[in-house]
Design a protein around this ligand. Sequence first.
Ligand SMILES: [Zn+2]
Length: 390
Amino acid sequence: MNAQPTPSLRTIIPTEQQPTEDSSGGWQAILRAGFGSNSTPLPTIQPLLTPFAPPTLVISGDTDVVAIPPVEVSGDLRPTINAIVTPTRPAPTPSPAATIEITAQSVTRPPSVWQPPPLVPPISRDPLGRDHYWFSRPVDSNATNYALFSYPYGSRGPQKDNPWRIHNGVDMPNPIGQTVRAAGPGTVLWAGGGFQNTFSYGNAIFIKHDFGYRGQTLYTLYAHLSAVLVTAGEIVNAGDPIGLVGNTGRVSGPHVHFEVRMGGERYGDTYNPLLWMVPYVGHGVIAGRVMDGRGNLINDHLVTVRDWRTGLVTDSVTTYIYEDTPSDVNADPLWGENFVVADVPVGRYEVITSVDGQRVSKIIDVVEGTTAFVELSPLEPATAQPAGTP
Ligand SMILES: [Zn+2]
């Protein structure tokens, strides 16, 4: 599924044909018999006296390359096959220059961040059963498959003076046309524009999954697509291609916006997808709560994660904004977190924030495929600094 590279990226490694020696001795035997000692000498190769000039391709002047505008695609993309073929008069033989076809090249781009294969969902490795990594990522491993830090789940974006709406999902920036895949098996409830009477999502796909969580139905949403490859009512499996990345709706650039909704289909029923998408081999997730001195959750607060061994900051995220409205984001029913950092390599980390000017931090160990949970509060004793760091 999303561990596999797309077939177009597969390369064929040329193999060298080794000469085989037959049992009768073959050409070696002929050489041993002295063939060649009195035969015609091989011609010697004359060096080129004129410099080599590569041939130039003549493209006729009327073969203008026209940029093709993006096509709004929706509905069934399967080609219709016409059983009756009308014979047509053969076209006149074109001049040699006009036979040069201009075809679209599929460019293989290197992954922006190398990823090991994902673990196979569903997994729940937490000894207390709190984990539910039941979905795969909506894009392939060689695509950008991590959430954009600048607009994490539950935040209002990078600009404090020009806040965006509270982010009910995660954004994975990718070029237009990148395959978007079903995160789990289910039934397509919506495929196209105007999802829930808003055009902000552009072309969107909404899937009701075959499984739920603690008696509640699970849904996933994939937005801003350039094309939808499924229709409402269609049954999909995890990893099925359902659409292509685009920039439809309210966007600043092409990406897939991915949401997990639980217990309801509404805008206010979202949960952090980072607690639902299966981690990669050798990776885990850090989730936690930042609280003030009275134990209240603190909104929109920066949390940084530092590798304990190297002392380097590896991640940062902001805590969720809660406004006590029906369109708010939600904390996981069991974890009760207000921040999540995903794709953390296994190891020891210091999770740091600042509450009322006081540095608050804790050391945690990230274990593969599980959530490491941390509570940050000024009531807790501060951690010692790693050796060799300021
Ligand atoms: Zn988004």
